[in-house]
Design a binder for this molecule. Structure first.
Ligand code: ADP
Ligand code: MG
Length: 269
């Protein structure tokens, strides 16, 4: 890495959204492991759960309910300030903090109703943008990472318009690629200059067996999706079968998944 690039690594402050057309594409896994990886580089990271319909960060970081003073729901409902919803996960010895979304069915119901109300949305958008500003400028985080709901959920739009970078995940199967293409044409183009960086997850082994296969797959998909592909992650049973409350890269520093996370992090420096 050149000294100029290293200087940029030291100075960059960014908000990043991790998004996809469908659920189950690996957003939460990537947002969480990427946060941990940046933390391992000494970066101060705030990971925010903006998937109000299926909050998962709490489980992944193994945080007990009793350790949560307030959720992002409380912040959006004007009951808490940004600082009150920030938690340091007790099991993580890195400069990574998290803001969790409430996963009780009542809270999911309530916020899902509110997400449909335009006036509430305007206020929520303002608050998410304020959260980003407070985190990067006042609380001195280097990165804010938003884990989002799939598709064009209002909460995801709020995260994305408050972000400097977008990581768009897609699987390689037909329906997901078709949906991703439509999302790019009908939605992401309107968010310009926020161009997505694409991550292909659950890649078929046959598409990436040899380096030349992987390059061919990359070229074909880039031609189709018209944005750069920053990583092609194979379908990995190790990741699928890892314990729920474990962050994969912590226990598997030399694994191919960890290498892919490192590859993705390159676009954030
Ligand atoms: N490359 C991969 N190979 C195999 N399983 C994966 C891979 N990436 C993620 N997973 C698994 O897929 C499931 C869904 O991932 P998750 O990150 O929760 O997706 P999302 O947040 O998009 O719904 C999880 O069980 C996760 O461990
Ligand atoms: Mg998720």
């Amino acid at each position: 890495m050149s000294s100029r690039k290293r200087k940029n690594v030291a100075n960059r402050k960014l908000a990043v959204s991790v998004h996809s057309y469908k659920g189950g594409t690996g957003k939460t896994s990537i947002a969480s492991n990427l946060s941990v990886y940046l933390g391992q580089l000494g970066k101060r990271v705030l990971l925010v759960d903006m998937d109000f319909r299926a909050p998962s960060i709490q489980a992944l970081f193994g945080v007990a309910d009793d350790d949560v003073e307030a959720y992002i729901n409380d912040y959006l409902f004007d009951k808490s300030e940004v600082k009150q919803v920030v938690i340091h996960p007790p099991k993580i010895d890195l400069p990574v903090d998290i803001i969790l979304a409430d996963s009780t069915p009542q809270s999911i119901d309530l916020i899902t109703l509110k997400l449909l109300a335009e006036q509430w949305q305007m206020n929520a958008l303002m608050k998410v943008s304020k959260l980003k500003g407070t985190a990067l400028n006042e609380l001195k985080y280097d990165y804010v990472i938003f884990d989002t709901s799939p598709g064009v959920a209002h909460s995801s739009v709020n995260a994305m318009v408050s972000s400097d970078k977008l990581l768009l995940l897609t699987r390689m199967d037909g329906p997901d690629l078709i949906g991703t293409e439509k999302l790019i044409k009908g939605f992401y183009r309107q968010l310009q200059p926020l161009d997505p960086h694409i991550v292909v997850n659950f890649a078929y082994p046959s598409a990436i067996t040899k380096d030349e296969d992987k390059e061919k797959t990359r070229r074909t998909l880039e031609k189709r999706l018209k944005y750069p592909i920053v990583s092609i992650i194979p379908c990995l049973c190790d990741v699928m079968l890892s314990k729920l409350d474990s962050l994969f890269i912590l226990k598997n520093p030399d694994h191919v998944y960890t290498k892919c996370i490192r590859e993705i992090s390159e676009v954030l420096f």
